[in-house]
Design a protein around this ligand. Structure first.
Ligand SMILES: O=P(O)(O)OC[C@H]1O[C@H](OP(=O)(O)OP(=O)(O)O)[C@H](O)[C@@H]1O
Length: 252
């Protein structure tokens, strides 16, 4: 008892000392903040958080609250996604885009914890009903170049925070796809055709289970659809998609 009080007192003292030497800074822009692992006021205001009313399938926000119950967007009705439901923390612009780019292209792995905390909150409905969390895998070549998979990093942290198991090896990316950036909606879907395969060992772990697929961004949903298709074909009971950010243009 005395030992643990001493331990936590020492930890607080160490945190204060570190805070004096390295004052906390905004995770997005580097300006001074009051709290570590947080955003400054300007970056907060540049984050378009997604709240209801949103499309219950795609998780994309509606401009107007019509005061009616659950709604499905025209985009989801015209072209229903393969995954069941998608949810995201924020619209993919401003601060959300900065955070995704910093995490992925500037090796800011430290952002993963804060981004995952926000994702666990935005996706709490999906996570509550899920049996297993599965990240969108990178192809071996991309993984070798980047040295880490941002989605696996987020998935592991969301698993830790939500208490749900996370399986990093159930799904494999068997095709070295081109980056989606710069491709049209149709090219994105074609690029991802046959890109994912459930591993032999993973099959037994996903059969009959409700999965939450994790990715950093959903733009057209082509990646989410292709990964969900592979998981459902291999016997998953359901697949929902949780990302940090989503593009709202033409309804995902
Ligand atoms: O919803 P979509 O239209 O499929 O776009 C979203 C996907 O695009 C990006 O991946 P990309 O394959 O470009 O590779 P990256 O991880 O190197 O960015 C991103 O990480 C998503 O996986």
């Amino acid at each position: 008892m005395v030992g643990s009080a001493l331990d936590s007192g020492l930890r607080r003292l160490a945190a204060t000392a570190i805070g004096l030497i390295y004052p906390p800074t905004c995770i997005a822009c580097g300006a001074a903040t009051g709290q570590p692992h947080a955003l400054c006021a300007a970056c907060w205001s540049g984050l378009r958080l997604i709240e209801r009313p949103y499309c219950e399938r795609l998780g994309t926000p509606f401009a107007l609250d019509l005061g009616v119950g659950s709604l499905i967007s025209p985009g989801a009705l015209a072209e229903p996604p393969v995954f069941g439901r998608a949810r995201a923390v924020a619209v993919y612009d401003g601060t959300a885009r900065d955070l995704v780019h910093r995490l992925k292209f500037s090796d800011r792995l430290d952002l993963g914890r804060t981004m995952a905390r926000m994702m666990a909150a935005a996706g709490s409905e999906l996570l509550d009903e899920a049996d297993l969390i599965v990240p969108v895998p990178l192809h071996g070549l991309r993984l070798w170049r980047r040295r880490f998979n941002q989605s696996a990093l987020l998935a592991r942290e969301i698993g830790r925070q939500s208490g749900k198991s996370c399986d990093l090896r159930a799904l494999a990316r068997v095709k070295a796809t081109r980056p989606q950036v710069g491709l049209t909606r149709r090219q994105r879907a074609e690029n991802l055709q046959g890109a994912f395969r459930v591993t032999d060992a993973g099959r037994a772990r996903i059969i009959g289970r409700r999965l939450v697929l994790i990715d950093d961004v959903a733009t057209t949903g082509a990646t989410g659809n292709a990964a969900a298709r592979a998981l459902l074909r291999a016997g998953a009971a359901s697949v929902d998609l949780l990302t940090f950010a989503t593009v709202t243009r033409d309804g995902l």
